[in-house]
Design a protein around this ligand. Structure first.
Ligand code: AGP
Length: 611
């Protein structure tokens, strides 16, 4: 959702801010703005534009901003429509702010301020911050103190960066439930809502905790709690390279990220498989055999694509570790009074680590006494920090709004977890574990070979790019892959698509089938193969056009399907990781043929930080 970037240094701020904002575009936004402190005039100048960043860039070209201290913002509208006056930064008096999050008591504060004669120039909740902080800036009070005092009056969530005309050497930043990282440079310090925004400038970061505030000058970063207690926190070096957050010759980030999957999977497995493949090593999970035997149940909470990974996880953990698993949509979890207790392990899955619903579900689980293990792709993000145990996926930065490589590595991590639990609970023999881990270790190479089929997948995409509805069907462990294929297609191409367990077709959805509705079927040769074939025959008998994912040398599906896309044969537990790739490419090429904004589809944001 919204993005923040800021710098205090000695070089020109505007290009750094524009570069950072461009790297934050993927989060989703509908307007953008910059504020730079003009050292000669001792005044902060602001430029804002509705729409894409190119509008702001054009404005900046006509009105260059000189100065080495500045903040920038991409806004995803919550309070007030996307427009120039609602775009951040917001200024009142001497103070300029950019903000991510939601100020819950803004209406009440606004009323109080209006009574004191304050006039507002936007409909946003954020502008209230500028008014409150300016009031607290009276009498040469240092900006950090003014911000801390103002923040005591607000309720809600924030990541905030603040400048003041009268204190040109500094920027003050603060966070509560919205991500904010401080980037350290030589003679300059920076802030951003996530690491990729600053990767071109630095790889050394300090991660702020909730209700902490930092004072940034060119040569120092001073962190304190809102109540003024100094905080000592070491910087961490991030091993993501700037190139990882660039397109590297691909037309879209999503395309690049689909192609990165063999590497992402290999990286996620590195150091985790025992040499003889009879078990896995999960160093960041401090749970021994006794602890694993002590849990009665696993409850997985996640949203969207991560929820689909959780559904695959249920098959894996129940199948290999014989432990009951429930999978909940995080957005529903805490509203149904969940029956959770200390005997449950709650597994929160999230690419971004910032999804508000997943974070809230995790907090509810902890409140009810459960231990929480998170599976996450973003180092030091909110979800892993709130968890008792963390398994990081090593997919590298995922920029495209449609999640691809993160999904694949989440499933791989769940398979590792399933093996570990199975071994710890003595439900999986060394020999059985070896079978699954051998198949998993072979998957990166198989994915590589699958990518060679892109030309064929593109042909199929071209043939069906005009369809208005798609159905995706599969059975068993591949049913979540049908859901994921449908989600990928709808989010980036805006074509209606639904995923169904194939056996459910005759209980309703088969009524939809005619020659205009393509059916995408995952029909690999596994334990539900024969059943799926019967479901396909039923579809075909009603005039449906079938695109099937099959294994090499499959003759039976070929007699039914209109198109087949071949994936290498593997064990059923590894199938979802291979089967999803052609579905990702199919969705990608359909969207690309239709000319949609693949990386930033309408109405969507990469990290959904509001409920
Ligand atoms: C995936 O393509 C979606 N954009 C979305 O469903 C996403 O998976 C969901 O918002 C959860 O995000 P998270 O994994 O970062 O928590």
């Amino acid at each position: 959702m919204c993005g923040i970037v800021g710098i205090v240094g000695s070089r020109s701020a505007a290009p750094v801010l524009m570069d950072g904002l461009a790297r934050l575009e993927y989060r989703g936004y509908d307007s953008a703005g910059l504020a730079v402190l003009d050292p000669r005039a001792k005044k902060i100048k602001i430029l804002r534009a509705a729409g894409k960043l190119r509008n702001l860039a054009a404005l900046l070209e006509e009105n260059p901003l000189a100065g080495s201290v500045g903040i920038g913002h991409t806004r995803w509208a919550t309070h007030g429509p996307p427009s120039e006056e609602n775009a951040h930064p917001h200024k009142f008096g001497r103070v300029v702010v950019v903000h991510n999050g939601i100020l819950e008591n803004h209406a009440q504060l606004r009323k109080q301020l209006e009574k004191r004669g304050h006039q507002f120039s936007s409909q946003t909740d954020t502008e209230v911050f500028a008014h409150l902080i300016d009031l607290e800036c009276q009498g040469r009070r240092p900006l950090e103190l003014a911000v801390a005092r103002a923040l005591k009056k607000v309720k809600g969530t924030y990541a905030l960066a603040v400048l003041c005309d009268h204190q040109p050497d500094r920027m003050v930043v603060a966070r509560k439930a919205s991500p904010l990282v401080v980037g350290l440079g030589e003679g300059e310090n920076m802030v951003a809502s996530d690491v990729p925004a600053l990767l071109a400038q630095t790889r050394d970061f300090i991660f702020l905790e909730d209700e902490e505030l930092a004072l940034l000058t060119a040569n120092k970063v001073k962190i304190q709690t809102l109540s003024g207690k100094p905080v000592k926190r070491d910087a961490k070096r991030v091993n993501w390279s700037p190139l990882m957050a660039e397109k590297g010759g691909h037309k879209h980030f999503m395309h690049k990220e689909i192609h990165e999957q063999p590497r992402a999977l290999a990286d996620t497995l590195t150091g985790r498989l025992m040499a003889d493949h009879t078990d896995v090593r999960l160093d960041s999970v401090a749970l021994g055999a006794r602890a694993w035997k002590g849990f009665n149940r696993i409850v997985i909470v996640a949203c969207g694509t991560s929820w689909h990974a959780g559904l695959v996880g249920k098959f894996l953990i129940e199948g290999l570790a014989r432990m009951p698993v429930e999978v909940d949509l995080a957005s529903e979890f805490r509203y149904r009074k969940p029956l959770i207790g200390p005997k449950d392990l709650v597994v929160a899955i999230s690419q971004s680590g910032e999804t508000a619903d997943t974070l809230a579900a995790l907090q509810e689980a902890k409140r009810l006494g459960a231990q929480v293990l998170s599976i996450c792709n973003v180092l030091e993000s909110s979800i892993p920090r709130a968890s008792d145990h963390v398994l990081y996926t090593h997919a590298g930065p995922e920029i495209g709004v449609a999640s691809t490589k993160a999904f694949l590595t989440q499933i791989a991590t769940l398979l590792l977890l399933a093996v570990r639990i199975g071994r710890a609970r003595s439900m999986l023999s060394a020999e059985q574990a070896r079978k699954h881990l051998n198949a998993l270790a072979a998957a990166p190479e198989q994915l590589e070979s699958l990518l060679n089929q892109e030309a064929k997948i593109k042909q199929v995409a071209r043939a069906y790019a005009g369809a208005r509805d798609f159905l995706y069907i599969a059975r068993g462990i591949n049913y979540p892959i049908a859901l994921e294929g449908a989600l990928k297609l709808k989010e980036i191409s805006y074509i209606h698509a639904e995923g169904y367990p194939a056996g459910e077709m005759k209980h309703g959805p088969i009524a939809l089938i005619d020659e205009h509705v393509p059916i995408v079927a995952v029909a690999t040769r596994n334990s539900s193969y024969d059943k799926l074939l019967s479901n396909l025959a039923e579809v075909k008998a009603r005039g449906g056009r079938v695109i099937a994912i099959v294994n090499p040398r499959d003759r039976r599906v070929k007699t039914i399907a209109d198109h087949v896309l071949t994936v290498p044969r593997t064990l059923e537990t590894v199938e979802p990781m291979l089967n999803v790739l052609p579905l990702q490419l199919l969705a990608y090429h359909v969207a690309d043929f239709n000319g949609t904004d693949v990386d930033q589809p309408r109405n969507l944001a990469k990290s959904v930080t509001v409920e």
